[in-house]
Design a protein around this ligand. Structure first.
Ligand code: 0XW
Ligand code: MG
Length: 366
């Protein structure tokens, strides 16, 4: 099989509800870049990368030029064996994991379709029947966030990500954690995510004010060193997200003792191939994994579900149904959450059907 064509679309995604994070970051309107890799067999592979402004060292307008730069390596190549193709791409262009993620995703989709097997089968096989999803709560007033948690809990959700840091006053974050923790009662997992927006001092003050509660802290500060400081000063478990983005940072987070859990996001690491390796390290280290992407619609959601479904339950904390938060749906047959859990597509490759009508006219063809 040979790659003959790369087609890219820009699809703006809109969040169903306003979604605020620390430092004024928002997911309200986000552009998603969709890639279709065409082949001489007629089989097609699909990938998606959706940028949250200011979230990764990446921006959506950088995606297409990076794909164009890699196009000479891709066109004419055999897509079967994504790790081999990604190895050649890495030699051609260093870095740019966000732009490599959608290529890698499309290669895995093609490889699964060629084998007539769902992607989870190629990634180690089905380890769990279905997966828990967490619900992410926008950073607004504490009582409003508690109401959102209650609504989600009524729908079966048992894991809650509480966004923090939208105010100057750190005490509002204490109230947010207290309000959600008390609203959902004992048992569910509650964690507060600053998206790097706190100083170590602020995060320590918040953490110490809730240190009698069953809560986890997520990515309070911009460096692993500061996060480790907060972890030891508060005694609260910690999830790393933004600063754990490759194998060396996964090892560092573990060595520094501040990575009880980690977000393995496809476009942060550079795709399924890298996360497959990262997952083995987390299993060996005992790090609980959230397997997901930064943002996106059905294609990134489906890719996350295949990785999550092929992960042993002992290491899988949760996954994310990003398609729950945004419109439009790009592949309406992709799974959706039910009773706080989500399944995995059973068809070959990603196992979803992209709706051409939603994509509109292609923005670029190589
Ligand atoms: C990247 N987000 C804002 C979107 C996902 O829901 C998770 C969250 C995060 O930072 O963890
Ligand atoms: Mg996070």
């Amino acid at each position: 099989m040979k790659i003959t064509k790369l087609t890219l679309w820009d699809v703006p995604l809109t969040a169903h509800e306003t979604y605020y994070m620390a430092d004024g970051k928002t997911c309200d309107d986000t552009p998603s870049v969709i890639l279709c890799i065409g082949t001489d067999t007629g089989l097609q592979g699909w990938g998606e990368y959706c940028a949250i402004p200011g979230y990764l060292p990446a921006y959506w307008r950088g995606t297409v030029p990076a794909v164009e730069e890699m196009a000479p390596v891709l066109l004419g190549a055999d897509p079967i064996g994504p790790a081999a193709v990604m190895n050649r791409l890495n030699a051609h262009l260093q870095g740019h994991p966000y732009a490599k993620s959608l290529i890698d995703m499309a290669l895995w989709d093609l490889t699964g379709k060629a084998a007539n097997l769902p992607l989870y089968a190629l990634l180690g096989g089905r380890m769990v029947a279905d997966m828990p999803v967490y619900h992410s709560i926008t950073c607004v007033a504490p009582d409003e966030m508690a109401r959102m948690a209650r609504d989600a809990q009524d729908q079966g959700i048992t894991q809650f990500q509480v966004k923090l840091g939208a105010d100057v006053d750190w005490q509002a974050d204490v109230e947010r954690l207290k309000a959600v923790r008390s609203e959902v009662g004992p048992g569910p997992l509650v964690y507060g995510d600053w998206n790097c927006g706190a100083s170590a001092l602020e995060a320590t003050r918040v953490g110490r004010a809730v240190s009698d509660l069953d809560v986890m802290l997520e990515q309070p500060c911009a460096t692993i060193e500061e996060c480790a400081h907060v972890r030891s000063a508060t005694g609260l478990p910690m999830k790393l997200d933004e600063t754990a983005h490759d194998i060396p940072t996964l090892l560092e987070g573990h060595t520094r003792g501040c990575m009880d859990a980690v977000a393995l996001k496809l476009s942060k690491f550079g795709g399924i191939t890298v996360i497959r390796a990262a997952r083995e390290i987390c299993l060996a280290q005992g790090t609980q994994m959230c397997i997901e992407d930064c943002w996106g619609s059905d294609i990134t959601t489906a890719a996350s579900l295949h990785l999550a479904a092929s992960t042993p339950a002992r290491g899988l904390m949760n996954t994310c149904d990003l398609n729950h938060y945004v419109a439009p749906r790009i592949a309406p047959d992709a799974p959706v959450r039910q009773d706080g859990r989500i399944g995995v597509p059973e068809g070959p490759g990603l196992g979803i059907t992209v709706d051409d009508a939603v994509l509109g006219a292609p923005a670029h063809i190589f």
